[in-house]
Design a protein. Structure first.
Length: 328
């Protein structure tokens, strides 16, 4: 249990703001419960979140919730956390009973239905884009060099797809079947919303940017929720992540054939140019390239983009036998 009251308070603030680590949740709510009970309570929390998607909050609602949160913090100062654990355990026991009685039914139903499931794999070549419709009516626009895997029909309690690349999703709403995207470094969960996912396995950064609705991003050590015009950035190498305001038009500039970079590592920029122009760009050996690229470009042609990079960073380029080499 958290002994430092300030640490407890900070964790609870992050939880209320929808930006918290899994360790925060465990320390705040589950200090004495078993792994099974933690799982059941967490599942019920997801259900509450799913139901909340049906409601929109006014400014007065948000202010009221802030007041309630402040009162909650005051009560926690006066009372020890253990007084809140007993109701949670009792509630978890009820949930566990419901889950256990229906588990066999779901298991046999899934076994029977999954026998006829086939998977489609979409591969978009470099220099191309592709728009598809999934079995539930969800529309997906895939960027160059992207891969998407999905079933011919969604069965069970969710709709799962896998991606290695970038795509804009316009998800058909279904509160009974959350839509889950498995990507390198994170899983993205929604009910019915539109958002952009950039999750190339070779890229250093992963990003999720929301246009409409609400998106939950579950990473290895943390989870958070995003509203419209919010973005999460995850550095897959360092594990660092941040949540920020980002206009969706900037995140989806690629859909209009444009480029947009905001503190993007030069190595990720080069990978993107290779995908867009279906070309080979390499760095000259023995030189350190740790530059970051900012700004937007109308992307008329590759040479104009390379000239812009040279002007901004001093990184030069030359063409040798159809291969572009960057050097300083």
């Amino acid at each position: 249990m958290i002994s430092n009251n300030n640490t407890h308070k900070d964790a609870l603030k992050r939880f209320i703001d929808g930006f918290y680590t899994k360790e925060d949740v465990a320390n705040l709510f589950f200090p004495t419960t078993s792994d099974q009970m933690k799982h059941d309570i967490a599942s019920e929390m997801d259900q509450v979140w799913n139901e909340a998607e049906l409601f929109s909050l006014t400014d007065s609602d948000k202010q009221a919730y802030k007041c309630e949160a402040q009162e909650l913090l005051k009560r926690i100062k006066r009372k020890k956390l253990r007084f809140y654990i007993a109701p949670l355990i009792k509630y978890a026991a009820i949930v566990l009973f419901i889950v256990s009685t229906s588990l066999a039914v779901y298991y046999y139903a899934d076994q029977f239905m999954s026998q006829n499931i086939r998977y489609t794999e979409i591969i978009v070549g470099n220099g191309e884009k592709k728009q598809i419709a999934l079995p539930d009516g969800t529309r997906v626009m895939l960027n160059s060099g992207s891969y998407l895997k999905y079933p011919n029909r969604f069965v069970g309690n969710d709709r799962k797809v896998e991606i290695d690349g970038e795509a804009f999703f316009n998800v058909t709403h279904d509160k009974s079947k959350p839509f889950i995207i498995k990507a390198e470094g994170a899983n993205i969960k929604v009910l019915g919303t539109s958002f952009n996912v950039k999750a190339y396995k070779k890229d250093e950064l992963l990003s999720v940017s929301v246009k409409t609705g609400k998106v939950q991003v579950d990473m290895h050590e943390a989870m958070l929720r995003l509203n419209p015009n919010e973005q999460v950035l995850l550095n897959k190498q360092s594990g660092e992540f941040s949540k920020r305001i980002e206009k969706i038009d900037q995140a989806t500039a690629w859909m209009k054939g444009e480029l947009y970079f905001d503190k993007t590592p030069i190595k990720s920029v080069v990978l993107e140019l290779c995908r867009i122009y279906n070309c080979e760009i390499i760095f000259e050996p023995g030189i350190k390239f740790d530059d970051y690229i900012y700004g937007e470009h109308d992307n008329k042609n590759l040479e104009s983009v390379l000239k812009s990079i040279q002007f901004a960073t001093g990184i030069k380029y030359r063409n040798e036998n159809g291969k572009i080499i960057l050097y300083k």
